[in-house]
Design a protein around this ligand. Structure first.
Ligand code: ACO
Length: 322
């Protein structure tokens, strides 16, 4: 037995920054509408020749540098993505090759915007079950590739980017006061497919575009996110007042505020990046963890709760001491 401790974090954002005002040129929308309804002010879009595995590799390199490690020190790579470069192989094996790593194993996890929480839970399970000592956990997306640019209700909301953590085995059981992943909680309910999906895929011989009934997703979000965060906290033997940082999936500032409020926590305890990144799906939490650390918000020993909901619906939370 042992625990998974975060020993490195990093991120990468594509160079091109697109402010809300860009969309005013082609769509019946305004900077004001996008800002007040979603909290988003700008987002990054990948260059035409830049793929998800490219973003993921750069984030992984940043996390390895932060940990003072090299790819040789890693046993496994888990990439959370819904926008892999190719149908197969996995984005994770492409990252593995780009890092020059020829041992260990790599695979993708697909749970849309909740993908990073699912990937982190799987990586933690690999470590505590003795199958890996160090795991790179990456969230990386190029959602700009699945936007319908004529649909103002979706295309203004998403962005591209990647974030990564290095998890390392720490021997011993530990307590809730020790560093490491303390609890996880995963959920899904496939009855809600129609609220958020891509209307294409391999089996239908197309790529498709993202379709979302945003206000319907919204109705589920605050309640399910609060419940999963509190469930995970409880299984760690902790309560809401123990939380130093909520690091939520960054889809909408109103969902983020609503969840914090329902948990009885002020926004001072929430890492917010949605204004600069938009919704980067599985990349948003590791991006926020990395930016939160850079800003001096998240410090060693802090209690962090990550929570996310997305297509499926799929949702979950991870409680960890940083
Ligand atoms: N500019 C101007 N008007 C717009 C725009 C736009 N870009 N988009 C929609 N509108 C209009 C709508 O057409 C509608 O007009 P109508 O009343 O005449 O029909 C009006 O604005 C209100 O639309 P709503 O959808 O009800 O607006 P809402 O306040 O719910 O905000 C939003 C929309 C931002 C999408 C919000 O519902 C949301 O964030 N939902 C949750 C998204 C989310 O969390 N997704 C999960 C993660 S994503 C993943 O898993 C991939």
């Amino acid at each position: 037995a042992g625990r998974s401790v975060v020993v490195g974090v990093g991120h990468y954002l594509p160079e091109r920054i697109v402010p809300n005002s860009e969309f005013e040129k082609t769509l019946d929308t305004t900077d004001e509408w996008i800002k007040t309804r979603s909290g988003i002010e700008r987002r990054h879009f990948a260059a035409e020749d830049e793929t998800t595995s490219d973003l993921a590799t750069k984030a992984a390199e940043a996390a390895l540098a932060d940990a003072g490690l090299t790819a040789d020190d890693i046993d496994a790579i888990v990439v959370a993505t819904s926008t892999a470069d190719l149908t197969f192989p996995s984005a994770a094996t492409m990252v593995q090759a780009q890092l020059g790593m020829t041992k260990g194993f790599a695979f993708d996890v697909q749970a849309v915007c909740a993908g990073f929480v699912f990937a982190l839970t799987n990586a933690n399970a690999l470590i505590v079950s003795g199958q890996a000592k160090r795991v790179l956990v990456i969230g990386a997306e190029t959602f700009s590739r699945i936007m319908d640019w004529t649909d103002r209700s979706t295309c203004v909301l998403f962005g591209d980017g990647a974030g990564a953590l290095v998890l390392e085995l720490q021997e011993g059981e530990g307590t809730a006061q020790d560093r490491g992943i303390l609890a996880t909680d995963l959920n899904s309910d496939g009855r809600y497919k129609d609220l958020l999906y891509v209307d294409g895929g391999v089996s239908t011989q197309s790529t498709g575009h993202l379709r979302m009934q945003g206000n319907q997703v919204f109705r589920h979000a605050v309640e399910k996110l609060t419940k999963t965060a509190e469930t995970a906290l409880e299984s760690a033997g902790l309560g809401n007042s123990d939380v130093d940082w909520i690091v939520p999936h960054q889809a909408n500032i109103r969902i983020i505020q609503g969840t914090a409020k329902k948990m009885g926590l002020p926004m001072d305890n929430v890492v917010v990046t949605v204004q600069d990144h938009g919704n980067t799906s599985a990349a948003s939490i590791p991006l926020a963890l990395s930016v939160g650390k850079q800003r001096g918000q998240i410090k060693q020993g802090d209690l962090v709760v990550t929570e996310a909901i997305g297509g499926g619906l799929a949702w979950g939370a991870v409680v960890l001491r940083w």
